[in-house]
Design a protein around this ligand. Sequence first.
Ligand code: PEP
Length: 252
Amino acid sequence: MFLVANWKMNMTRDRIGEYLSVLDQNGLSGILEGSTLEVALAPTHVYLDFVAEEVRRRHLPVKVFAQDVSTRTEGAFTGEVGVRNIQDAGATGSILGHSERRRYFGETDAGVTIKTGLCLNAGAIPVVCFGESLEERNAGATLSVLRQQLTCVADEVAGARKNGNDTPVFLAYEPVWAIGSGINASPDDIRNVLSAVSEGFPWPELPRFLYGGSVNLDNIGLLSGLKELSGFLVGGAWLDPDVFLDSVKALR
Ligand code: PEP
């Protein structure tokens, strides 16, 4: 299982230090030893380097992920952060197409597709987020929305595979209505969506799915029983290192 803590625009250098100390002092390495669990922390771009360095210094088995990358490779694009930059700062991959980027910052399906391709080409692991809003769900439009979000991404992955690219890809089902709301999708909701997305889209391989949306210590046990899931992408709950550790222990 792959567990990604999306810190969003939270955390400062001090708090990151404290967070990593809790993981270190409470034996994250020992907990993960011999298990198939892999964990990643996703700080804002400015702390990628710092988290990567601290994780290395403390010998913590933790990957570092970015929360977004640019649609451009390099050059005169003021304020942008490209795939090469995040890799240079120690990131293994990036979250892409998070609903907060779609909703507040004009992220488009075309942009997410370009970013997916750039990550794959660079050997950076994309975690592509998708999910419907409450209005779309209530209107019975979930599948058509997901088709719109993911068809081009599936084509992009298929094209990369044809060219011999074998960088792993994760798809994170994050229903917008479940993010930060305290209401998680039910196992049936998740199962239905994942089976429709697996079967109805041109994936070159069986997709690896994460789930995100109000995951916490009370529901992670139940949700982890879903054999369709390869892990979780969690925001609010995993800003607390003790909850993160307890979640890892619960899944161990
Ligand atoms: C997220 O934003 O990716 C997320 C899943 O948030 P939360 O866990 O707070 O619902």
